[in-house]
Design a protein around this ligand. Structure first.
Ligand SMILES: [Zn+2]
Length: 268
């Protein structure tokens, strides 16, 4: 958050790429960056931005399937849902919509270095999720550029299952079961929610939510079971009030603790 907004082309964007890469290099066995250039729905026509997906590998104690846990690190260039029209061209600070998922992933990286997972884990930091526009064409409306690029350019990267976390920092966190996740990977979704219940993490609410376009969809399209953990009921979504004061450390803890238990109990 101290780096400022992490929207395409902004100083904070480049700073956070360096920050995530540097922190990840302390913990992961291998860090891969995947640069790509693309224009966005919200940028000037023809302007291409430099984007970077960042991937940290944590080899498992034994060979086998690979679980990826991902979050987008970019923030929205415009706060187009702000109640004050004068602020709707300001960038979103992105405490919940951006930083929350990154915070959980970086803490998971520290844990996964301290204790190797039973099976291999990838932590993926997606760029360019949040520069779409509801009026743009196609199923993604210009969102999810980084995850779409990675899903289309996997190279030798193996991902057997994917858990995306997004907007999981709300101080009043309540995560329902997202509907695309239920359709694509009901077993993985149930495992995560059962694990949360067993740990007493009440932020996971065993009810069905909305159908949400997010970074899990490009992988579902490739036939990879993928789920999205997201609390879309956040009044500060895409406003200039998406700040740390509206987020809670306990929310991050509940999500990170649940995911680490899924990994270490080898339940995915
Ligand atoms: Zn967003």
């Amino acid at each position: 958050m101290q780096m400022g907004p992490r929207a395409p082309g902004m100083a904070g964007h480049d700073a956070v790429v360096t920050f995530i890469t540097d922190v990840l290099r302390q913990y992961a066995a291998e860090v891969t960056t995947q640069p790509f250039k693309e224009s966005t729905e919200l940028g000037p026509p023809g302007r291409e931005y430099d984007f970077t997906n960042i991937i940290g590998k944590f080899p498992g104690a034994r060979q086998g399937e690979v679980l990826a846990v991902g979050a987008h690190f970019d923030t929205r260039p415009i706060a187009d849902r702000d109640p004050d029209p004068a602020k709707r061209t300001d960038p979103v600070p992105g405490a919940n919509d951006g930083a929350s998922g990154v915070a959980v992933l970086l803490e998971m990286a520290r844990a996964l270095k301290a204790q190797a997972p039973p099976r291999s884990v990838l932590l993926i930091f997606f760029d360019a999720e949040d520069s779409g526009s509801a009026t743009a064409p196609g199923p993604y409306h210009g969102f999810c550029l980084g995850s779409r690029y990675l899903a289309a350019n996997m190279g030798s990267l193996r991902i057997d299952k994917l858990i995306v976390i997004d907007m999981i920092g709300d101080a009043d966190l309540s995560i329902p079961k997202e509907l695309n996740s239920r359709d694509a990977a009901p077993q993985l979704l149930d495992t995560v929610f059962q694990t949360a219940r067993r740990l007493g993490h009440g932020a996971f609410d065993d009810r069905y939510g909305q159908r949400i376009v997010d970074d899990h969809l490009p992988f579902i399209s490739q036939g990879i079971p993928a789920i999205d953990l997201i609390d879309f009921d956040y009044p500060y979504w895409h406003t200039t009030s998406d700040v740390a004061a509206h987020c809670g450390a306990d929310s991050l803890l509940q999500v990170g603790d649940t995911l680490l238990e899924v990994i270490y109990a080898d339940r995915w």
